[in-house]
Ligand binder design. Structure first.
Ligand code: ATP
Ligand code: MG
Length: 462
């Protein structure tokens, strides 16, 4: 029977299908307790149920509860139409393309309620939305729960917790995959990835974050379809990258993204430098560090992670700019601008975030300027801490910044007297260095150095 069900899902002709009977897992046979469900989500479920609608928790929250993890948010699926949901809940608003989703607002908490959806391809929807902006042009988007299950991505994401009897309803064999900790895409893998290439990223994300194995059929097409991510909008990819950052297990996820050639679709400039030990090392140190922070419930900053990931391309580009004759600070500024411009072709990083990334990278240059009032001004910079954290990672990754790192570590905690002594010390060694070695590229706009700058040069400059 289970086999039959799964075979059904691999068929590509929805109009030929017979009614699918789900597997019902009664309350006594699963571990989801109502105590683990947030009170506001329960309130919404009961309200819908009492009004005669069917109401289920669905998606990530059911999966996480079954895996014994705390869900991030609680999503609800129902047969009530958006306008009915709107009517039932005063604290609701309809959102999304053509108002197909309802948000029920409880102060800071938002519970998302979606009406069961029928088959509808993401790409088709986007196309359709562009052509008929703002108008409801088709009302056949809603359908039975079976269709709603079938259009979800992975079997473990297609489980429904029924508030009517506290059972789990399983149309895609998700429960046995949960038990086997197996990630399996619903339907024909290649077709499902083509239909929405973001699923390629989601596969790597869930494997990494939830420590799942992947079924051979689900895994097989990922690498050769990775290029499909180029068709996805930069806004959507940016959102997916944020989810990856927030998901934890970043180091494992990074290795998976690399293995399936997905990383290069997201960060091509960084990927081009991954053959260099210092690039890999910096990412590994940073991501391991972030995982530790997330495990201990410390906040993480996505801007900081972007700055770390883009730092090596910025460093390399700055060397090329200096080779063109630009003075160091202009070279770094130009490099940041060029790298961010290229990066935003893949990921729509918002402006506000770009400014933070720029500040964190530019501080690496300012850290080399330790004379006069400059160090004190750098210390007052609102992003000093983040900039210093990147310097720490660079030191941990083995970049030759030990002296800078020691200096700034002492400088930021030192009293006035100590700070003055450190500035004097740095100025003296700067002067003696200057006497020994004239500044390299001053007035040499025409002079070029090889663009494949060596590591030693990199280390000297920053
Ligand atoms: P997370 O805990 O990271 O939020 P999630 O599974 O809840 O994981 P969401 O992006 O919040 O992920 O999506 C909610 C649900 O919507 C998923 O569990 C899945 O059933 C469905 N879904 C999301 N994205 C897709 C997609 N690209 N294709 C098919 N179904 C999807
Ligand atoms: Mg979710």
């Amino acid at each position: 029977m289970l086999k039959g069900l799964f075979q059904h899902f691999t068929k590509d002709e929805p109009h030929q299908k017979r009614k699918i009977e789900p597997i019902i897992i009664p309350r006594t046979e699963h571990n989801i307790s109502r105590q683990a469900i947030r009170p506001n989500a329960l309130k919404v479920l009961y309200r819908l149920h009492n009004e005669g609608f069917s109401a289920y928790l669905v998606g990530g929250c059911v999966r996480d509860l079954l895996l014994g993890r705390a869900p991030k948010d609680f999503d609800i699926a129902t047969n009530a139409r958006p306008e009915e949901i709107r009517r039932l809940f005063k604290n609701s608003r309809l959102i999304g393309k053509r108002f197909r989703l309802a948000h029920i607002v409880f102060g800071k908490e938002i519970i998302e309620v979606a009406t069961f959806r029928t088959h509808h391809h993401q790409a088709e929807e986007e196309h359709d939305a562009r052509m008929h902006k703002g108008m409801i042009v088709r009302d056949n988007v809603f359908g039975p729960i079976e269709d709603d299950a079938e259009r979800r991505d992975f079997s473990i994401n297609a489980l429904y917790y029924n508030i009517a009897d506290f059972s789990v309803v399983d149309y895609a064999n998700g429960m046995s995959d949960i038990k086997a900790r197996l990630l399996r895409i619903i339907g024909n893998p290649e077709l499902r990835y083509r239909e929405d290439p973001v699923r390629l990223l989601r596969a790597a994300r869930f494997m990494g974050k939830l420590k799942l194995n992947i079924s051979p059929e689900t895994e097989a097409p990922i690498t050769h379809l990775s290029y499909l991510l180029q068709q996805v909008s930069s806004a959507r990819l940016f959102q997916e990258v944020l989810k990856i950052f927030e998901g934890g297990a970043l180091i494992d996820t990074f290795h998976l993204l690399q293995k399936y050639k997905l990383f290069e679709q997201l960060f091509p400039q960084t990927a081009a430098l991954l053959h260099q030990n210092e690039t890999i090392k910096l990412l590994e140190v940073a991501l391991t560090n972030t995982d530790t922070r997330l495990q201990t419930d410390k906040p993480i900053s996505s801007s900081f992670l972007f700055a770390v990931i883009l730092w090596r391309p910025v460093q390399e580009q700055a060397l090329r700019e200096e080779a063109e004759g630009f003075p160091p600070y202009v070279a770094v500024e130009r490099a940041i601008h060029i790298v961010l411009k290229k990066q935003t072709e893949q990921l729509a990083i918002p402006r506000r975030m770009q400014i933070t990334i720029r500040d964190i990278c530019f501080l690496q240059h300012r850290f080399t300027q330790r004379h006069g009032s400059r160090p004190l001004r750098a210390l007052e910079h609102p992003r000093f801490r983040a900039g210093y954290d990147l310097l720490v990672l660079r030191q941990q990754a083995g970049e030759h910044v030990q002296e800078l790192y020691d200096w700034w570590t002492q400088f930021q905690v030192g009293n006035r007297e100590e700070q003055e002594r450190l500035i004097k010390e740095a100025s003296n060694s700067r002067l003696s260095r200057k006497r020994r070695k004239p500044r390299k590229f001053k007035n040499s706009h025409k002079k070029k150095i090889p663009t494949d700058a060596t590591n030693q040069k990199t280390q000297d400059k920053f």
